[in-house]
Design a protein around this ligand. Structure first.
Ligand code: PMP
Length: 285
């Protein structure tokens, strides 16, 4: 039986009820977070918790139990008997329930806070072989730094890329590559890593942060500078990364083959460095 967290309680999922007046449902007035559990420990839970709190702060959603986030996240793993498995924990907070009106509820209402845990393992085949990205205009708002559940502008291009046989999108805004629909994008040229700086045009991915620090700790130069879409043909390697997919080599971006069309050496090295970093969090080591 799947157990979820809803508004202070752990309950069977089929008993979880959310009002149709919930602002998450009506407006997408809501934020979320996704963390990874590696059969015994979380990878960089403090960073995910900090980003969730930042999203709460930026959206002015007030959750009085925000300091319990880590505890609830771990409890979801154990209540669902996922302790020895690889899993994700999803966590969401909406501005709560009130008759539909753009203004914040007055008087204030409690947020709706929901979490679930689910078995999850990475697609090792795609990490091994690489995948294609679809180059497409970035149609999103200018607060992509907030991890909002209002994801229709991510979902529509992602579905189109999927229908065309690609694994992810490569968004372009004002001629420069921003990120994927649910990942950050890196390029490699002459041994140096390039990725969009952590501005309001991208989500500052936790995997992105860890890839950058693993690279720097191992003498791989990283430049947080956006790559122009018309420079893609001059890039020797590319990859996308996220909590749920780790590092996936991008072997093609639309019609452009990247490098030899196979995962490159810097990408391979970073995949190993990220693995090491993840495993270094294992308390049993
Ligand atoms: N960008 C976007 C738009 C995303 O949705 C995600 C996945 N949450 C990422 C980047 C990667 O972030 P993270 O490494 O924290 O999963």
């Amino acid at each position: 039986m799947e157990v979820v967290y809803l508004n202070g309680q752990f309950i069977p999922k089929d008993q979880a009820m959310i009002s149709p007046d919930d602002r998450g449902f009506l407006f997408g007035d809501s934020i979320y977070e996704v963390t990874r559990w590696y059969g015994g420990y979380f990878f960089d839970l403090p960073a995910h918790a900090a980003r969730f709190r930042r999203s709460l702060h930026e959206t002015r959603i007030v959750w009085k139990d925000e300091l319990k986030l880590e505890e609830i996240t771990e409890e979801l793993i154990h209540r669902n008997e996922l302790g020895a498995e690889c899993a994700i924990v999803y966590f969401q907070a909406t501005r709560g329930v009130a008759p539909r009106n753009h203004a914040f509820p007055n008087p204030e209402v409690e947020p709706t806070v929901y979490g679930f845990a689910r078995r999850h393992s990475i697609n090792t085949l795609v990490c091994e072989q690489g995948a294609g990205l679809w180059l497409t205009p970035d149609p999103r708002w200018n607060r992509c730094d907030i991890k909002s559940t209002a994801l229709i502008a991510n979902v529509l291009p992602y579905q189109e890329s999927h229908d065309r046989g690609y694994a992810e999108v490569c968004f372009v805004r004002n001629g420069i590559v921003t990120e994927g629909a649910h990942s950050n994008i890196f390029f490699v040229r002459d041994g140096t890593l390039y990725t969009h700086p952590a501005t309001n045009d991208i989500l500052a991915g936790i995997t992105r942060k860890n890839v950058i620090s693993a690279a720097r700790d191992n003498a791989i130069e990283v430049v947080e500078e956006a790559v122009a879409a018309d420079m893609i043909p001059y890039m020797q390697e590319a990859f996308y990364c996220s909590t749920t997919s780790e590092i996936v080599p991008a072997t093609r971006i639309s019609d452009q083959v990247i490098g030899e069309g196979t995962p490159g050496p810097v990408t391979r090295r970073l995949q190993m460095l990220l693995r090491d970093l993840i495993q270094s969090g294992d308390p049993r080591r």
